[in-house]
Design a protein around this ligand. Structure first.
Ligand code: ARG
Length: 390
């Protein structure tokens, strides 16, 4: 009997060809599509998978779990890789891989497959999760193994095997999209000197086209998690979708960077993350108001470490869990409201308030209400520099 293999399927050329390629190697292919907000037509993709010869194609809606259990965790941690990338792609891999493992166990599959190349981070993220959660399952990586060198080779293979594919015209970029952001790479972006052309914009308007007039948004947080938009309770997925829309309209959230991949290469990456740019700015502003100095500082230093773990595919690890416990403890007072203004690609925080605020007007003010005892400062400074006095 043919061995059942669960393939992470996107509906694109690579994974469509992979179905056939795995079948040729004697596998019974069962596709798995984890919907993390790709915005793609999953029904059409599902039909295509079956037409190519997949025995089944499971579509699982993971949007809510992805936003609440992955994206908002990174937000609370303040995680940005190299201080810039919100990890949208990186965060989606462990949840999809986990979904695949659970599905594989349910249907008694003996193997797992993904469509990642051998040059990227995603292969590491998938396979680390597979190895941690299901060490006994065989893993196949067709795109890494097959002899199809170029996109043209793949199209030839598809035509030879009557695999239905979308328009064969030159694909401009490699785009990975989900509810938390869009990753764009390849094509003309591979030259670090070339300015991204307008056709590389997916959900963000070029700043030149953004409205002249600014727009304000108020976000309410409860223990570090955004719960209301403009005072109205909003579900996690809806909240992120809405902020992607308004933020995108105002040109918010484009990042253009040279990134250090885990496999050692530098790559040019363009990201779009309007909602997350707004939420990070608002969340940081609220933390400034409510966290004590030492907690805020230590948390800030751990954010980079957290981002590295996520980037490097180590989501399901003890250190990541321990950091989450720390982060959650710090978020206890992070409840309140932040108002931001969106204008021409910029998010500007304009006000913040919280019941847990540590800001004391009577200490900060230069006005009449001042209660700060300035006479204490002299002795404080004497002792502060004592160790360094000659
Ligand atoms: N470089 C980013 C990362 O490693 C994005 C990868 C995007 N993947 C893609 N197939 N376009 O997280």
């Amino acid at each position: 009997m043919a061995k059942k293999i669960v393939l992470a399927y996107s509906g694109g050329l690579d994974t469509s060809v992979a179905i056939k390629w795995l079948m040729e190697r004697g596998f019974e292919v069962i596709c798995y599509m984890g919907d993390v907000g790709q915005g793609a037509d999953t029904e059409t993709s599902r039909a295509r998978a079956l037409e190519i010869g997949a025995k089944e194609c499971m579509v699982e809606d993971l949007k809510k779990s992805f936003i609440e259990g992955y994206a908002f965790r990174a937000l609370k941690a303040g995680a940005l890789y190299q201080g810039k990338y919100n990890l949208a792609t990186a965060l989606s891999r462990p949840i999809i891989a986990e979904g695949m493992v659970n599905f594989a166990k349910k249907i008694n599959a003996g193997a797992l497959a993904h469509g990642c190349t051998g040059k990227g981070n995603d292969q590491v993220r998938f396979e680390s999760t597979f190895a941690i959660m299901a060490p006994g399952l065989e893993v196949m990586a067709p795109v890494r193994e097959w002899e199809l060198k170029t996109r043209e080779d793949e199209i030839d293979y598809a035509q030879k095997h009557a695999i239905p594919i979308e328009q064969t015209k030159e694909k401009l970029y490699s785009i990975d999209r989900n509810a938390w952001g869009v990753s764009v790479e390849g094509g003309s972006l591979e030259d670090p000197q070339s300015e991204p052309s307008p056709d590389s914009f997916v959900i963000v308007s070029p700043v030149e086209d953004a409205p002249q007039k600014s727009e304000s948004v108020t976000v309410t947080f409860k223990k570090g998690v955004p719960v209301c938009l403009n005072g109205k309770k909003t579900s996690s997925v809806k909240l992120v979708e809405t902020l992607n829309e308004v933020g995108g309209k105002h040109g918010i959230g484009r990042v253009d960077m040279i990134e250090d991949r885990l496999v050692g290469i530098k790559s040019r990456e363009v990201y779009e993350a309007p909602a997350s740019s707004i939420l990070y700015a608002a969340h940081t502003a609220l933390e400034e108001l409510v966290l004590d100095r030492d907690t805020r500082k230590l948390k800030e230093s751990l954010a980079a470490r957290y981002a590295e773990l996520v980037y490097n595919g180590l989501w399901f690890t003890p250190l990541k869990e321990a950091l989450d416990a720390f982060v959650d403890k710090t978020q206890e007072p992070v409840s309140g409201e932040v108002k931001v203004k969106l204008h021409k690609g910029k998010v500007t925080v304009c006000s913040r308030k919280s019941k847990a605020s540590r800001y004391k007007m009577k200490l900060a003010t230069y006005g009449k209400a001042d209660e700060f005892d300035q006479s204490l400062a002299k002795g404080f400074i004497d002792l502060w520099v004592l160790p360094f006095k000659k």
